[in-house]
Write a protein that binds this ligand. Structure first.
Ligand code: LMR
Length: 320
């Protein structure tokens, strides 16, 4: 750990380095906890020289807006779901390919692979430096119309999706009707019946009360939802080197701690769903999973044609 001889608590706002960190979920979620822990440790380890101000729950900016805000320098850090980075670097949608990963470690390995490095550079060209990757968990499907067992069950259902072309295609292949909505809007579009269904992690389902307005959930683990923790690249370059080192140290520690926490939280929230008597739960069996995989396979080809087969080649299921 580095030591800072000055008592920075006494510094004025102008003398301190302030990092405004905006995100869209509640405090009591993996990302909510991680960002607070990040802020606390940064403050401690820099003796208050660096202050991270966390704005949770779409309080400052909603999806999309937060990407504009970091580009414009209105905030310095965000941690969007990787799917939402698609609007800047569409190749990152590779992480959304259905059934591409069996666990979070595989996702992390992909990010560290040579093509992951290329994609990190692309992000930097867009003015964003990737500080880390935080876990949430696998997405599950929920609906208020019909249980989702086979691909046919998705027909004509109106699905809320994150802003990602690939996720749109995923639901079109299942003959559903995808619609992009911010996370901020999810509950109200489902509650009002404007949309019928959505995909998300146990943690987000419970924290957003989605389970109270949906009748069915299929535990499908079809796609991984994790976060890119991003800092404005110009801001990053202008930070003193010792501060950069401290921020990276803290990021590593928080990432290690959070991975365990994210898994615990999702397990706890799954228990909440199992015992709430408010949603019918189905765990996808092998036969059904095979049908889903077959129905969604064309996504791999269309991704490879559009963005290049090299990104697919490094996915764990195609590696030796
Ligand atoms: C969603 O929009 O469903 C999620 O990405 C929200 C989040 O940040 O976990």
């Amino acid at each position: 750990m580095r030591s800072y001889p000055v008592d920075h608590e006494q510094l004025s706002e102008d003398e301190r380095i302030v990092i405004r960190f905006s995100h869209v979920v509640g405090e009591n979620t993996p990302k909510g906890m991680e960002s607070r822990r990040f802020a606390k440790l940064v403050e401690e380890r820099t003796n208050g020289q660096v202050e991270v101000q966390v704005f949770p729950n779409s309080f400052l900016y909603k999806d999309g807006e937060e990407i504009e805000a970091i580009k414009d320098g209105d905030v310095q850090m965000i941690a969007p779901a990787t799917s939402k980075i698609a609007t800047l670097v569409p190749e990152w949608q590779v992480l959304d390919l259905p059934f591409a990963f069996k666990n979070a470690s595989e996702v992390k390995e992909y990010i560290r692979s040579p093509v992951g490095e290329v994609l990190k550079m692309k992000l930097e060209q867009e003015g964003m430096y990737l500080l880390g990757f935080w876990e949430n968990g696998f997405k599950q499907m929920t609906s208020n119309k019909t249980p989702l067992y086979t691909p046919e069950d998705f027909r004509n259902l109106k699905f809320r999706i994150m802003d990602s072309e690939l996720l749109g295609e995923q639901f079109k292949l299942l003959e559903a009707e995808p619609q992009v909505e911010t996370f901020y809007q999810v509950f109200s579009v489902l509650e009002s019946g404007q949309l019928d269904a959505q995909e998300n992690t146990f943690s987000n389902i419970v924290n957003k009360n989605i389970h109270t307005v949906q009748d069915y959930m299929t535990v499908s683990n079809h796609g991984y939802l994790g976060y890119f923790v991003i800092i404005n690249a110009d801001f990053w370059k202008n930070l003193p080197e010792d501060i950069q080192v401290t921020l990276l140290d803290v990021m590593n520690d928080v990432t290690e701690w959070e991975a365990k926490r994210a898994r615990e939280i999702n397990a706890e929230k799954y228990e909440v769903l199992q015992s709430c008597n408010c949603i019918e739960i189905h765990e996808l069996n092998d036969e059904e999973r095979k049908q889903w995989e077959e129905a969604l396979t064309p996504l791999y080809d269309s991704f490879a044609k559009r963005y290049g087969a090299q990104y697919i080649k490094y996915l764990p299921k195609f590696k030796e």
